[in-house]
Design a binder for this molecule. Structure first.
Ligand code: B12
Length: 210
């Protein structure tokens, strides 16, 4: 499989050819599904670069979003490693001001397949709403997603809301998404950070088992 070609086709928003390649990836049961996901994500970076260069417009971003979702739907069954465990409930959402949810939805599917019951609060979620749900449902693990640079500030606000609350000692918060790094995690005050959904699963499982 030529993954550079897949990245290129994704960047060019060639829907038919992209979906054909995704189906090819699944032909052997999906042994190269992680490589395919990475290639698609790199294609989204090309879309982003062209948007910044004003070669693409918001309508292209919208189309890219639905193409990425369609592509992920094809490989999703192979992406999910079923686990027998039951790790309880956790919250996942995209933070306030950010409407991007494709990455969040991938992380959600993978967490669910790993044995978590994910309460998905959706996109553009205010800190108060996350805190209230955590209190109402007795949640101890919160995963925050963000793709925009401004999501960093919203994550910081969310972590602060928890730190200032009476459940501060009971809750662990992990942040993830494109702008997240060790440095960002420190600024935000999160307990952990990840870009790779598999790392997220490992961290959340360790927290749930503690
Ligand atoms: C598709 C897209 C959209 C779609 C989103 C559709 C949807 N349902 O999500 C729409 C059209 C809505 C959109 C809107 C906008 N977008 Co946009 N968008 C994109 C694009 C092209 C792809 C995003 C994507 O889905 N990537 C694929 C997914 C799979 O990757 P991911 O989100 O990073 O997720 C992975 C990891 O990060 C991680 N992960 C994700 N979440 C989590 C959570 C946890 C806990 C963990 C551990 C891991 C994790 O796992 C995932 C799988 O590996 C990006 C370009 C890019 N480089 O990504 C721009 C991009 C993010 N958008 C951008 C911009 C500017 C906008 C707009 C402001 C445009 C405008 N003028 O209106 C608006 C903002 C709306 C808002 N308030 O949020 C900029 C952001 C710049 C910045 N640094 O802030 C980008 C980078 C493009 C660019 N280069 O300019 N966008």
């Amino acid at each position: 499989m030529d993954f550079m070609k897949l990245t290129e086709l994704m960047g060019d928003l060639e829907e038919e050819a992209v979906l054909e390649m995704m189906n090819e990836v699944m032909a052997d049961g999906g042994s190269q599904v992680s490589e395919a996901m990475r290639a698609c994500q790199e294609g989204m970076n090309i879309v982003g670069d062209r948007f910044e260069a004003q070669e693409y417009f918001v309508s292209d971003l919208i189309f890219a979003g639905s193409l990425m979702s369609e592509a992920m739907d094809i490989i999703r069954p192979a992406l999910l490693k079923k686990s027998e465990g039951n790790y309880g409930k956790m919250i996942l959402c995209t933070v306030e001001g950010d409407l991007h949810d494709i990455g969040k939805n991938i992380v959600k599917s993978m967490l669910e397949a790993s044995g978590f019951t994910v309460i998905d609060l959706g996109i553009d979620v205010k800190p108060e709403a996350i805190l209230q749900t955590a209190k109402d449902e007795g949640i101890k693990i919160i995963a925050l997603s963000g793709v925009l640079t401004l999501a960093i500030n919203a994550m910081k606000k969310t972590v602060k809301a928890f730190k200032d609350s009476d459940i501060a000692d009971d809750v662990k918060i992990i942040i993830g998404g494109a702008p997240v790094s060790a440095e960002v995690a420190q600024i935000v005050g999160a307990d952990a950070w990840a870009i790779n959904p598999n790392d997220t699963i490992k961290i959340c499982k360790a927290w749930a088992s503690a």
